[in-house]
Structures are given as C-alpha cells and as structure tokens.
Ligand binder design. Sequence first.
Ligand code: CMC
Length: 435
Amino acid sequence: MSNTIKLSIGKAKLQINDKTAELPIIQGSDGGLGVDIATLRAQTGAIIYDNGFNNTTSTLSGISYINGESGILRYRGYAIEDLVHYASYREVAYLMVNGKLPTLKEANQFSAYLTEHSMIDEDMHHFFAGFPRTSHPMAILAAMVTSLSSFYPEIAHDDVNFTITAARLISKVRTIAAFSYKKSRGLPVVYPQAHLSYVENFLNMMFNTPNRPYNIKSEENQLYVNILDKLLILHADHGQNCSTTAVKLVGSTQANLYAAVSAGICALWGPLHGGANQAVIEMLENIKEDGGNVEKYIENAKNKDYRLMGFGHALYKSYDPRATLAKELLDDFLSKCSISEPLFEIAQELERRVLSDDYFIERKLYPNIDFYTGIIYKALGIPTNMLTVMFVLGRLPGWIAQWRELMGYGIKIFRPRQIYIGPGAVEYVKMEDRV
Ligand code: CMC
C-alpha cells in the first residue's frame, strides 16, 4: 500500500468553542472510518486526547485485519483459522514479509535462507558470558538483537535482499533465544543443524544436552514440533498492538531494523502484553500453592486487587479467535499426550468460573491467547521464563513486515503532543536562597 492511495470520502465538522474544523473522513478497505485530524490544531488550537491511543491511529496498514466485535483475524487477507490448520510457520513468515504466500520454490528458498543464516557470529558468544546466570532471557534477547546491527549494518530494501534480511533475523533470534536459555541454566549451547527445520532446530537447541541426547525425530517430539509451529503462526501479527507500535515508533526515527525490533521485544515483555503468558503460569502456580482456591482469585480480581492474567483484550470483546485455536490445539495435544499436571485442572476450573461470572460477562472479558498458549508451552516443557520469548519468535515476521510497510510510506517521525498539567512559569531561586 502506498500513501498515494485516495482514502478521503468526505469531511467531518468538529466545533470547538467558536471555531469549526473541517477534517477529511477516510475509509479503509473494510469500510472502517477514520477522521484525519492532522490540521485540527491549526484550525482550532485543539489536539486530540486519547488515553492509551485506543481510538487513534497513525498508520495505514494492509497486513493484519482484526474485527474485535466478531472475533475475526486475518493475515494479508487469509483467515487465521486456515493458516493455522493448513500452513506452516515458514509460509506465514514469508507471507508477512512479502505480502503473498510462497510457491514451493520460494518456500524452499526461504528455508535455505533460514538455514544459511542460523548461526550467530562467534564473537557474539562472548556477550552471553557477560550476563548473570539469573538474567531473564527477554533481557538477553533485547540486548542481542540490538547487537546484531553491529554485525549486519546493511539493510537492502529490494525484495530479494530484504527477504534475506528477514530470514536472517528470524533465524538468528531463534538461535539467540535458545542460547539465552542454555546460559540461564549454565549449560553448553547447542548449535543449529542444517538438516533440521526451523522449529526442530529450536527444540533441539533448547533440550539437547551432551549427557542426554534429544531425539527430535521421535514421534512425541514431532508432535511438539507440529504444535509449536502452529503456535508461532498464532502470534505472527496483530495490528498496531503495543510492541508493534514500539517497533514503528523507533523505526519512524529511521533507526535500523534491529534497534526497532529490540524496542518491540522490550514492549512485549510487560505482563499486560506478551509477558501475560508467563504471568498466567505464575498465577496458576500461586493458586495451586494456595490450595487451588480459584474462587478467592476471582473475587480479588473483581475487587481490583489485581487482574486475572490471560483474560480480557483491548480489541476482542468476544472470544479472541487465537484463543479459540489455541484451546483447540491444547485439547488435541492433551488428548494425545498423557500429561498429568495440576495446573491444567486449575486453568480449566478458572476458565469455567470466569465464563459464567457476571463481572466478566458484563465487561466482555474472555480468555485471551496468552491464557492457552501459556498452558501449552508449559505442557511442551518450555520453562516459564522462556514463554514470552516464544511470543517473540512468533511475532517477528509481523514486526518485520510492519517495519517494512512503514519504510514504504515515506516515514514521518512519530511525535505525539501532550496536554500539559504542570506548573506555570516559576521564577528560578538560587540554591543559597532556597528554604
Ligand atoms: N481481570 C479482571 N478485570 C479486568 C481484566 C482482568 N484480566 N481486564 C480488564 N478488567 C476490567 C477492568 O478492571 C475494567 O473494569 P471497570 O470497568 O470496572 O473499571 C474493565 O475490565 C475494562 O478494563 P480496561 O483496562 O479498560 O480494558 P482494556 O481493554 O484496556 O485492557 C488488557 C486490556 C489486556 C490490558 C486487560 O484486559 C488486562 O490487563 N488483561 C490481563 C493481562 C493480559 O492477559 N494481557 C494479554 C493480552 S492478549 C496478548 C496481547 O495481545 O498482548
């Protein structure tokens, strides 16, 4: 999409005191309406106040379509359900970055790029040694991704070279993620193998150890590979969410792709965003330690003592379609693997109680993607502090695509204003005269 597309369909009038602004109304391809307020201040002296930017956009985007009322999510026009059921993560990553599904030849070429760029520079290994053993893997990941810009400073924008850049980043972040886990456990790193797929490599790098070889090709581990591939698809993009906006905010300054993605990683880390999957497991563990008293946690959430992690969404006021698919994956997985885990029973009980409680019904608070994905990752044996890292692996193609889309617009630096509520002009008092 380019910024030359004609979107204006008429004018809105906004009266502020004695001044009336005439503002273009723009319409998206889905019929969604927006008012272009760029000249509002010039016409009236006023700006728009929108706490949390929930009713604001600075972006024209053709990457993911979300209808929160009807629970619809599409990537580049394709239903998330179809992609999860029929596509692979490498196809979806390619789709995100290039705007079209790959042919077999293109998919194989993309896999070849992923394989070719899976190693990280040996010099980067020293960086891992500098982090304390207790480091959160998200902290290491953010720092390492910024460091990549020192090793790969050139980013070409033509289709072929940008696809290679995207594959390089997607592949290396996967390797860095597994290395940061090994670092946190004090274990030797496992290098990526050219004969393994993207997800196989990740699991092998995570779980293979010198004294306990990990058979990635076993039937059970292939089940894990399959479900993980689908989970990554579920995370691949989600409109102008907080981390994507962070990527774009930093990208709008013309900082490089790695710096922008690193900002996205930091934004995703918070428990109200991608960090919710870790917070879900911690909450379930707290409930378990508290004797499984689900009701107490529900009541405390209703009293606003804290939020039930993994419930609610800023856009979805019906079921999050990703949560529906994740629940499907979880049920399928648990039916195939005999995993006995008390947290799953607590999760089921919590979900059942929330869905029938007026507080949550009135506020349209349903389980979100992080509720189920947190539980699935736990079932797959992914350590709790790695859960948000999994979200990063999935979201990377979306961040890269959104960054690329932004670059294509002729970037305007993001520079919001403020409603000032501080003191008026105050006279400076020299230190010796202050009381
Ligand atoms: N538990 C209890 N009450 C809640 C929750 C929750 N998880 N979420 C919202 N509420 C209440 C909130 O207290 C408020 O009540 P009232 O109207 O009485 O003041 C009402 O629901 C609306 O809350 P809000 O803050 O205006 O809702 P929001 O749409 O801005 O917030 C959210 C969205 C995701 C930040 C929020 O639902 C939340 O904090 N959820 C828990 C964290 C979580 O699971 N985050 C992952 C989101 S999905 C992954 C992603 O895309 O990041």
